[in-house]
Design a binder for this molecule. Structure first.
Ligand SMILES: C[S@@+](CC[C@H](N)C(=O)[O-])C[C@H]1O[C@@H](n2cnc3c(N)ncnc32)[C@H](O)[C@@H]1O
Length: 259
């Protein structure tokens, strides 16, 4: 299968998913569509800003930007200039209305597109960083998305990924249990749960150096996710007792100044 076909089918599914579900997300999540979070959205964004080292005047690409909540927050609170791309046309029109209402059209620009092709959409070697905030896990081919991200950043620039990774226990029975729940997540959220080793491999193949891979320094408040899933009848555990099938991590890596 051609590389484009590997991701395009999945990207089309994701576009249709958010076009259909965005209103439901709005009703529960507001403008930051992230499941792993402290209860307070400002606290989440303050944490991410610290993690990425957000600074006044930085130019950042938000790959999989939703309706522009994080991009707008970073522009408003940290003086960052953000270009966002999302595969969903519905999200783009909502994002643009929101940015306009905030008077931030000169600082935040959002367009429809596939982050697997963003290397030909934005100027290469220009950006301070690329963000994937709970977006890379939708990818049909994460290595391609990472390759495109690496093209966009300047030497010293970063790629930051916030997502979850399937656990790998040491016995087949546990593995089957985990796989079943992850399959449900993938189907119900149009996801394609990431593999940690493959992700690290893809980053390093692009010459990026790992700055850190770590657990988040806040406690996950499951209230919002719980509200979303119970309101819309989403049952990822298929009626079985809940457990933790995946690990949430933040990864930051850097394009070295000298190769
Ligand atoms: C869970 S939402 C997160 C949105 C946003 N990062 C936030 O924090 O509010 C996932 C986002 O990834 C985007 N996405 C998924 N696959 C994509 C692709 N191939 N190209 C562009 N955007 C994509 C979706 O359209 C959606 O906006």
């Amino acid at each position: 299968m051609a590389v484009e076909e590997e991701y395009k089918t999945q990207s089309q599914k994701v576009a249709a998913y958010y076009d259909e579900w965005q209103e439901k997300y709005n009703a529960v999540y507001g403008n930051i569509i992230q499941a792993f979070r402290p209860g307070n959205a400002d606290a989440l964004m303050e944490y991410i800003a610290q993690s990425i080292g957000a600074k006044q005047g930085q130019q950042i690409i938000d790959a999989g930007c939703g309706i522009g909540g994080p991009a707008t927050w970073l522009a408003e609170n940290k003086g960052v200039q953000v270009n966002g791309v999302t595969i969903s046309a519905k999200q783009v029109s909502e994002a643009n209305e929101y940015i306009k209402s905030k008077g931030l059209t000169d600082k935040v620009k959002i367009e429809q597109g596939d982050y697997h092709e963003m290397g030909s959409r934005f100027e290469n070697g220009k950006y301070d960083g690329v963000l994937f905030l709970e977006s890379l896990g939708h990818s049909g081919n994460p290595a391609v998305a990472i390759k495109e991200a690496a093209k966009l950043i300047k030497p010293g620039g970063f790629v930051y990924i916030k997502d979850f990774y399937r656990k790998t226990p040491d016995n087949a029975q546990q593995q089957a249990r985990i796989d079943k729940v992850i399959d449900n997540i993938n189907r119900l959220y149009s996801y394609n749960c990431l593999d940690l080793n493959n992700t690290i491999d893809a980053l390093r193949k692009e010459g990026l150096e790992i700055d850190y891979i770590r657990k988040f320094g806040f406690k996950d408040d499951i209230g919002i996710r719980f509200e979303f899933e119970s309101r819309y009848g989403i049952d990822i555990f298929g009626g079985e007792p809940e457990f933790t099938p995946a690990e949430w991590l933040e990864i930051r890596c850097i394009k070295p100044e000298f190769l």
